[in-house]
Structure formats: C-alpha cells, structure tokens
Design a protein around this ligand. Structure first.
Ligand code: FAD
Ligand code: SF4
Length: 505
C-alpha cells in the first residue's frame, strides 16, 4: 500500500527517518510551501528566502535520487494554503490513506497535521532521530526533577555517546571549559570570516517572490549569502572547522562593533533545517581536537552548545509544551519598543545588535542573551511579545529552539525551571565584553541620571522590584546583600531613573 511521505521545510535531509522508510517505487513524497506557515508571524525576508530556496533545492536533489516527489509552490493555483489541506488534497488525488511523517519540531505544526487523523487518514509519526536525545528519553531523564540543569544533562549525553571522553572521565579531566570561553576582544582584528555563497537562479527566483509578496516584512533581503544546499552547508562547516574553530573557544562571549559574526560558526541555520546533522558536526569538531588542530576549550565549548544546550532546549520544549508558551513569572506586561524594528536608539549596544539583526537575520548568542535579552528582562517586556520578535527576526528561528531560550533563558518566565538565575547584568558586563560603550551616547561609569548607562540603574531596579521572588536565590545572594546596604537616597534615584527610562521607551 502506498504512503504519502511528508517532508517539512526543516527536514531537508535524505537520512530523515520518513525517507529511510520510503519505497521509491510506490510512495509519493510531498513537499509544500504554504501561506499558513509563511505568514503565522511576519518572518524576516531573508529567513523566508532561506527556507523556500533550500526546500526547492532539496526537491531537485530528491528527484535526482529517484523519488516520486509532488512539490507545491506558494503561488500554485491549486495550493489551498495550509499544510493540513494540502496533505488532504494530494492524498485524495492519489487515493492514499497513509501519511508518514517525521515528528515536526514545532508543536503548532504537530497539532495542525494531527487534525487529519479524524479525517480518515492514518498518520504514521516517526521519531526525529537527528536529535541525540529523543523526547521520551528526555522525559525519563527529567523524572521527578523540579529544576533542570543543562550541565548534568550534558554530562549524561557525553557519557552515553562517548564524546570527548577518556574511559569514564572527560578528556583533560574537566567537563566544562566555560571559564576559558570569556576573553574580550577589544582591538584585535577578526582573522577569518564565515564562508558565503552567491545566490543561483533558484534563489533569485525566490528573492523576487518574497520581494513582491512579503515586502512589508522586517529585514533586508540582500545581500543573500547563506548556503541553501547540503553541499554548500558542508562547505560552510568545513570552513568553520578549519579556519575559525580554534578561536571560537576564547572569544565565545566577546562582542565588537561592526563584527556581527566574531568566531561563531553560523551553523544553526543549517542544523535547524536539516542541511547538516548534529552528529556529523560534533564528530568533525571532536576529530579536530584529536588531531591536535584545535584546543580543548574551543572544541569542548562548541560541542557543549550542540550536544548540551541544543538538545536540552529541544527536550524542555517538548516536555513542557503547550503550557510553556504562557509563562510569565514576573508578570511583565510592557510593549516592545519601536526601535527593536530599526535600531534607532541612543543605546549603542542595542542599536548595533538590532541593525545587524535587520541586515543579516543573525545575531550571535551573547548579543541575543546579554544585550537584547537582558534589556527585555530588565524593562519588563511581555514574554509573548519578546517571543514573537525573536521568532520573526532570525533565520534560524523555529519555535522549539526560540521559545525555551526566550522564556527560560532570557526572561526567567518559567521561574527558574531552565536557568538557575536570571541572566541579568548591568552595563559593566557589556563594557567588559565589548567595545560598544566607547562610542555610546550614555556614560558607562555613571549609575543614575540622564547621562548614565540605562543598564546600570535598570539592573538594580530589577533586583529591587522582584526581591520577593528572587532574594532567596543562592546565586543572587551577593547582589541582594549589596542592595540591602544601599542607602535609600541612592535607591530612590535608581528607581526614578529606571521608571523614567521605561516610560520613555
Ligand atoms: P555558535 O555560537 O557557533 O554555536 C554552535 C551551535 O550551538 C549553534 O549553531 C546552535 O545550533 C547551538 N546552540 C548554541 N547555543 C544554543 C542555545 N542556547 N540553544 C540551542 N542551540 C544552541 N538558536 C537557534 O538555533 N534558533 C533560535 O531561534 C534561537 N533563538 C534564541 C533566542 C535567544 C533569546 C537566545 C539567548 C538564544 C537563541 N538561540 C537560538 C541560541 C543561539 O543564540 C543560536 O543558536 C546561535 O546564536 C546561532 O549562531 P551560531 O550557529 O553561530 O552559533
Ligand atoms: Fe550599552 Fe550602556 Fe554601553 Fe551604552 S554605555 S553601549 S547603553 S552598556
């Protein structure tokens, strides 16, 4: 009996579990571009071009490999606009009752496709085995824990998969080289840039489509330099491993004006849509260490992000959805400032990160966490609005990875389930790790008043405002003892500076 094998836009790999089961002679592979997905938030234009172009290229690859593929383009006359209705239409046209699909990454997509099970279609859900940890295994690992710690999960994964291990011990006798990932990079020059790719005819056609139909969306479409095929993504991976991994470790947390990429890998785009597999990326990095071509702090730091954070975030999303999206521990309800859309603000750090986001559909982790995220936390912006922004603006943004990073990591909206303390900081951290403050309108050393760096007073105001919820947190005890000792006049100034600033945005 033939099956309809659905390939979603983030499942673009020939080793995906649904294709492994395919019978090329009988089954039909279905790929569709649908408006419901292109429009459920107003995605960055570059993100739309990236996903649609990669889908169209993957379609060609599948056809070339002998699959019988039905590909529905966004503007095809018969395209009914949603995944569910397209599956139903193509299944009806071909007299097929069985749908095979690798489990979607996002809850919304799963829910939509699952509506078909009440319409005489049998859905055969397959595990997405690109992840090291399945949703079930993660649930078992969580067991009765009330707080989760990434480090414990990461060690479990390292042992289970024997990655960077020397018998039962971690290589170098240390699990984590986090402290050696925090060098600032103030004046040095970045010695190697990420690999870039020229758009081909398929990509140019998609660029035209997005320019004409999604012109109101956020972000710059050009230059478009992302990889859109597996071959290109592998070239991007090899370039990173050869040219940039060595410095990744030292400068993982550093930020510089006009250097949007630093030594980051820019591989999240490709990992998230299937052009690269996490296992092959980790294996390449590990071999580079074993061959003596990259130091342990770089390789361990990089592997920790993928085997640790990425898998942990994925596990939490599926363990906690759908309720996770409604969390709001601090009852934050402010609006996102308008300058989040154009970077037109006197806070230089924010202006740099937002303008780079608009241009590249990318910001590296520390920008997302300690500049943009920190600001949203300290100014009490409503979690739903923050989530929507992050989902729109980055080309690697899919809800399974965006939501826990926003809710749990930057906003502490889950009350500490994912992170042991809020990632909040004043301006001193930003000044230490970047050169943004040098050319800022505000004065980093001033703590209150019109000229003072807003992060300085916002930070203390945040701790004061939420002391009922945070003062018992062991990891904040030093901060709360400093706050306790603060004289009331200074505290009043801090609070009024923060109040005025938040009103002004
Ligand atoms: P590198 O710094 O080179 O890291 C290597 C890889 O590790 C990344 O490609 C990524 O796959 C993985 N990784 C690192 N940190 C994380 C993390 N916290 N969670 C999951 N994977 C991680 N990542 C996304 O892929 N999509 C998102 O929508 C997304 N939203 C984020 C929102 C916020 C508020 C924050 C703080 C982080 C978010 N991240 C997201 C995680 C991280 O910032 C990006 O994965 C990273 O910046 C991508 O750039 P890179 O490939 O150069 O990463
Ligand atoms: Fe950002 Fe404050 Fe530095 Fe300005 S002074 S760049 S606002 S941290």
């Amino acid at each position: 009996m033939s099956s309809l094998i659905l390939i979603l836009g983030d499942q673009l790999n020939k080793s995906i579990s649904s294709l492994k089961q395919a019978n090329k002679a009988e089954d039909i592979v279905l790929m569709c571009e649908v408006r419901a997905e292109a429009k459920y938030v107003k995605h960055h234009k570059k993100k739309l071009v990236f996903v649609l172009s990669a889908m169209r290229h993957f379609h060609q690859e599948l056809k070339f490999s002998g699959y019988n593929v039905t590909y529905v383009k966004l503007n095809d006359k018969s395209n009914s606009g949603s995944l569910e209705s397209e599956i139903q239409r193509i299944a009806n046209d071909n007299n097929i009752n069985n749908i095979t699909v690798t489990h979607p990454g996002e809850y919304r997509v799963y829910k939509n496709i699952n509506t078909l099970s009440s319409k005489n279609l049998n859905i055969n859900w397959l595990e997405d085995d690109r992840y090291f940890c399945s949703r079930d295994e993660f649930r078992k690992w969580v067991d009765k824990k009330t707080q989760l710690r990434m480090e414990n999960f990461y060690r479990y994964m390292r042992q289970k998969y024997n990655i960077l291990m020397d018998g039962n011990e971690p290589v170098g006798n240390k699990w984590n080289y986090d402290k050696e990932n925090r060098k600032p990079l103030k004046n040095e020059i970045i010695s190697s840039r990420p690999k870039i790719f020229k758009p081909d005819a398929i990509t140019n056609e998609v660029i035209e489509l997005i320019e004409s139909e999604f012109n109101e969306n956020f972000g710059d479409i050009l230059p478009f330099e992302l990889a859109v095929t597996r071959k290109q993504a592998l070239a991007a991976l090899n370039h990173f491993i050869k040219e940039r991994l060595v410095q990744f470790g030292d400068y993982q947390d550093a930020m510089l004006e006009k250097e949007p990429y630093m030594y980051h890998s820019l591989l999240s785009f490709y990992l998230n849509i299937g052009l690269l597999l996490p296992a092959e990326v980790i294996s390449k990095a590990e071999k580079t260490y074993q061959n003596g071509h990259a130091p342990i702090n770089a390789v361990e730091g990089f592997i920790r992000q993928i085997l640790g954070w990425r898998e942990f975030i994925h596990g939490i999303y599926w363990h906690k959805m759908p309720n996770y999206s409604t969390k709001n521990f601090f009852n934050a309800e402010n609006d996102l400032p308008d300058f989040f859309w154009d970077g037109d603000t006197k806070l230089n750090c924010l202006s740099q990160c937002i303008q780079e986001t608009k241009k590249n559909a990318y910001a590296h982790h520390i920008q997302r966490l300690m500049i943009l995220g920190n600001f949203c936390l300290l100014t009490g912006i409503e979690p739903k609005k923050v989530c929507e922004w992050y989902l729109i603006v980055y080309a690697d943004a899919f809800e399974w990875v965006e939501l826990p990073n926003v809710m749990g990591m930057i906003l502490f909206a889950d009350g500490g389930y994912l992170a042991s303390k809020p990632y909040a900081s004043g301006g001193a951290y930003i000044n230490k790790m970047s050169n943004y403050c040098k050319s800022c309108h505000f004065k980093i050393k001033e703590k209150t008043g019109e000229q003072a760096c807003p992060f300085n007073y916002l930070y203390w105001n945040f701790l004061h405002q939420h002391q009922d919820k945070l003062s018992n947190n062991q990891r904040l005890s030093m901060m709360y003892s400093t706050l306790k000792k603060m004289d009331s006049e200074k505290l009043t100034l801090i609070r009024s500076s923060a109040e005025n600033f938040i009103k002004s945005i």
